[in-house]
Design a protein around this ligand. Structure first.
Ligand code: BGP
Length: 503
């Protein structure tokens, strides 16, 4: 573009000068949680059981287990978590002290409809979230609500095997229309499904699809082994979620035309392990089927061109009924939100893959370091993903999860977590570069802004927060909240709207 160009670009951009970076006005700085990982109070005030309540705790090497009957010798971390349900006021005050502009949280379906298909909503659940939203607004914090974040009603899993059954769509839409009506003046930004694509990456069908598992153990990384009947169940389950999302969007627009809806995709950045064309194509293919398979439906309103070939390879049959495709076309989202933690490598050589397995069917990248949980740290991958995604969809993007799970140590009443600051700084700088490339990014919400239960392992010691919570994996601790060093760093960053990033 020539220097004299008079074109005004509509999207937000970051200006950088001697004083540092200047993010656009209204950029959403903040943090994110999910109710099953922080609230606890799993059976309080009329709440029903969700699938998350049936997962035991695990470790990096010991997978979590899903047990239908509660095992009296096991721990179920969602049952108490960090007691955010009763301490939300203290926690939101801490977020406000950091200057949060946005707080992403989920409404637990089973607090509103304990069995998923109840006739009437549970008033105590509705009252609880109203108080939370009112408090956010008192501090000028905009809530961003995930309607489904691994909180599927267990009763519906038993009845219909979760999203495998189309009847689940009506139940979900009843839930979403109830909360949209209830909070129409308090919540403007909504995400229908958290990380809708993870079952295609090997995330297992229970967490996000509410399907009862074939084995108790929650194992990750089997995306490349997905095939046949299980694949059929999963692609149809996701199809039902697409339909439920589209109906929610259409209902929501009637309730409040100001509402903004986002999809939420777990970004899967996969580089070729080598420049062999076979490796390049494997990397390309994994990205197509894990990112664009869902993104295309939710943003463009239609299945991606490669879908037929992909389903054939999966040995899966997708059941599309009359009216489905029209509905998907109408109920598209307004923005694209994503989680980003790591990247991986694609290889056509099974021996290389098996010798170097990273997370989610990819091989380890020899050029990258990893977190203590083996997630390979790659800020540049975030720029790559934002640019690719913006180039494909041209809708605003929002980073609604990014952060470092680490083993923190309390010293002198705080945590010196310079390693976390380094991780966050480098990722935010990658966002700046993507915005400089032209990507339109609405905000940055750090995942697990207060220490919460880890989704993949159920541990407390995999900590992400700016705020430390005094609780260990055995359940000991006072639950006291401590500000880590990163707390003050993020506070300065938000106050300067990004210009103190290099500090
Ligand atoms: C995402 C989930 C979150 C969250 C995060 C970190 O996949 O949406 O719920 O937990 O990952 O993962 P973990 O808690 O396993 O470290």
């Amino acid at each position: 573009m020539s220097e004299n160009s008079t074109v005004t670009w509509p999207q937000r951009s970051v200006v950088s000068d001697a004083d540092g970076y200047h993010f656009p006005d209204g950029f959403f700085w903040g943090g994110a949680t999910a109710s099953n990982q922080c609230e606890g109070a799993w059976d309080k005030d009329g709440k029903g059981e969700s699938c998350a309540d049936h997962f035991t705790s695990g470790t990096k090497d010991e997978p979590r287990r899903f047990t239908g009957e509660f095992d009296p010798t096991a721990k179920y971390p969602s049952h108490d978590a960090i007691d955010h349900y009763d301490r939300y006021e203290e926690d939101i005050r801490l977020f406000a002290e950091m200057g949060f502009k946005m707080y992403r949280m989920s409404i637990n379906w089973t607090r509103i409809f304990p069995n998923g298909d109840d006739e009437k909503p549970n008033q105590a659940g509705l009252d609880h979230y109203r108080k939370v939203f009112e408090l956010c607004h008192e501090f000028g914090i905009e809530p961003l609500v995930t309607m489904s974040h691994y909180e599927f009603p267990y009763a519906l899993s038993l009845k219909w095997n979760g999203w495998e059954d189309r009847r689940t769509i009506d139940c979900f839409v009843r839930f979403t229309t109830t909360i949209m009506r209830e909070y129409k003046d308090l919540v403007k930004y909504w995400l229908t499904f958290n990380e809708i694509n993870t079952p295609l990456m090997g995330g297992g069908p229970t967490f996000s699809l509410g399907m009862l598992p074939e084995t108790e153990e929650l194992r990750f990384g089997k995306g490349d082994a997905l095939h046949g009947e299980e694949a059929t169940r999963i692609v149809n389950g996701i199809h039902h979620q697409f339909l439920a999302s589209a109906r929610t969007v259409l209902e929501g627009r009637k309730i409040n035309p100001e509402f903004k809806f986002g999809c939420m995709i777990a970004s899967n950045v996969v580089y070729p392990y080598s420049c062999k064309p076979e490796d390049v194509m494997v990397a390309w293919d994994i990205q197509q089927r894990t990112n664009y398979y869902c993104g295309d439906v939710m943003v463009r309103g239609e299945y991606a061109p490669f879908t037929e070939r992909y389903l054939r390879e999966l040995g899966a049959t997708l059941s599309i009924e009359p009216g489905d495709l029209e509905l998907l076309r109408e109920g598209t989202v307004d923005f694209y939100s994503l989680s980003y933690y790591m990247s991986g490598c694609g290889t056509a050589d099974k021996a290389v893959l098996n010798a170097n397995r990273s997370v989610f069917s990819t091989a380890k990248n020899p050029y990258l370091k990893a977190s203590e949980w083996g997630w390979q740290i790659d800020p540049e991958g975030l720029r790559y993903y934002l640019d690719e995604t913006y180039g494909r969809y041209k809708v605003p993007l929002m980073v609604v999860e990014n952060g470092l799970g680490a083993m923190d140590k309390v010293e002198d009443g705080t945590v010196h977590d310079g390693y976390r600051v380094d991780y966050l700084r480098e990722h935010i700088k990658a966002i700046v570069r993507a915005m400089d490339d032209g990507a339109d990014v609405l905000g940055y919400l750090m995942w697990g802004c207060i220490d919460i239960v880890s989704a993949s392992t159920g541990e407390m010691r995999k900590r992400y927060g700016f705020v430390y919570v005094d609780k260990d994996d055995e359940g000991n601790g006072t639950l006291a909240r401590l500000r880590k060093d990163s707390f003050w760093w993020y506070q300065r960053l938000i106050a300067s709207n990004g210009s103190s990033l290099e500090e």
